[in-house]
Design a protein around this ligand. Structure first.
Ligand code: SAM
Length: 373
């Protein structure tokens, strides 16, 4: 296929090619959206496939054998991803997170990591290059990822009890293999490691304390994530959300905690360290449901097939692949991205909080495995 042919589009989520402005303003690195939020963080989904079937993300009833994932020709190539990422960096992005689906399922991901690691960071420093993974094949990949230039990893782990974990991932995947992956990442120098635990009341909330006990004393940030109403397939209900405040109370009943300041502007997690002197490790909470953090959201998301989404809860994307494969120049694509960001006014979580316990109705929201977590 020639580079200028536009592959069959995925019509699940509407997206049109963003407008190229008549006057091409070069990126200044200081782009602000309509609510004065800068663009700092780009999440790139490298595949919509995953080997887990967590009910809150890719429930097996929907993502079964008959589900059609994107064909390979639809996916952005590594060269296309890097070309787009470079333009985002010029606009001020300082952190790139590879995600999915399960990013380690994308063949030769190390090659993409090596290509992205060449991009400049802010003020001549290194780009913060990171990856979110379910850890299932991390033990095999950690060394190669580090050698390719990956900075650190976030590993998702919803329980330390093997039975609960197998039930959560719905792929009968053992917890021991993920723990081996975390150890391998630590040995390879992919720290500080973050562990993400999605908490679903009545499903795995009994695992909060065992998880804290397990990781306390290690240089690991354990983050409890409120179960979110992303996508349209997980059957989200507010009564299955355990508010972060309750999570912290439960941990604090066993371990005294001291609050930590945010490590960076736009940081999604509230953080605590263990009060006992000399004990390594911290916990964090990500409370998109009970404490929306839209006001300093500086994240953009690039879907597996090149659509730019401005919010995790968006329904519509901006088809950058159409520009890339349609022959637009870097200056044109950069200007189009700039315009899209300047017009951004998304603040779904705040609107949801204002609307009350039920999510605002609207168009079908994009699935998380497709735009990445
Ligand atoms: N496969 C990788 C993984 O498991 O980390 C990356 C993709 S996954 C979509 C990214 C993160 O999103 C994971 O930590 C996952 O637990 C989280 N996630 C998915 N659906 C969620 C939901 N409904 N609420 C909260 N977090 C969710």
């Amino acid at each position: 296929m020639s580079a200028k042919v536009i592959a069959v589009a995925d019509h699940r989520y509407p997206a049109s090619a963003p407008r190229i402005p008549a006057r091409l303003v070069a990126p200044s690195g200081e782009l602000l959206d309509s609510l004065h939020r800068p663009l700092r963080d780009l999440r790139i989904s490298v595949t919509d496939r995953c080997n887990f079937r967590c009910s809150y993300c890719m429930p097996r009833e929907v993502f079964d054998r008959d589900y059609s994932f994107l064909p390979h020709s639809s996916l952005l190539t590594f060269e296309e991803i890097v070309r787009i990422a470079r333009l985002f960096v010029a606009h001020g992005v300082r952190k790139i997170r590879l995600t999915g689906g399960e990013p380690l399922l994308r063949r030769d991901l190390e090659r993409l990591v090596a290509m992205l690691a060449e991009l400049p960071g802010a003020d001549g420093g290194r780009l913060d290059l990171t990856l979110t993974t379910n850890g299932s094949i991390l033990a095999r990949k950690a060394e190669a990822l580090k050698a390719a230039g990956l900075g650190r990893v976030t590993v998702s782990l919803d329980a330390i009890d093997d039975r609960v974990f197998r039930r959560m991932n719905d792929a009968d995947f053992p917890v021991a293999d993920v723990l081996r992956g975390i150890d391998a990442a630590e040995r390879a120098g992919l720290g500080p490691i973050k562990i993400n635990m999605v908490v679903k009341r009545g499903t795995n909330d009994q695992e909060i304390l065992p998880m804290a006990r397990h990781f306390r004393g290690r240089d690991v940030a354990l983050r409890f994530i409120e179960y979110m109403d992303v996508g349209a397939t997980n059957g989200w209900r507010m009564d299955e959300v355990l508010p972060s405040a309750e999570v912290v109370e439960r941990v604090a009943e066993e371990f005294a905690l001291l609050p930590l300041p945010a490590s960076a502007p736009g940081e999604t997690a509230a953080r605590w360290r263990y009060a006992e002197p000399g004990v390594a490790g911290e916990i964090g909470t990500i409370s998109s449901v009970t404490q929306a953090f839209c006001s300093d959201c500086n994240r953009a998301r690039l879907s597996t097939e090149g659509k730019l989404f401005l919010c995790l809860f968006a329904s519509r994307g901006h088809d950058l692949r159409a520009l890339v494969r349609g022959g637009a120049s870097d200056a044109e694509i950069a200007a189009a991205i700039g315009l899209v960001w300047q017009q951004r006014d998304d603040r779904y979580s705040e609107l949801r909080s204002a609307a009350g316990p039920q999510a605002p109705a609207g168009e079908k929201r994009v699935e998380m495995h497709y735009i990445g977590g």
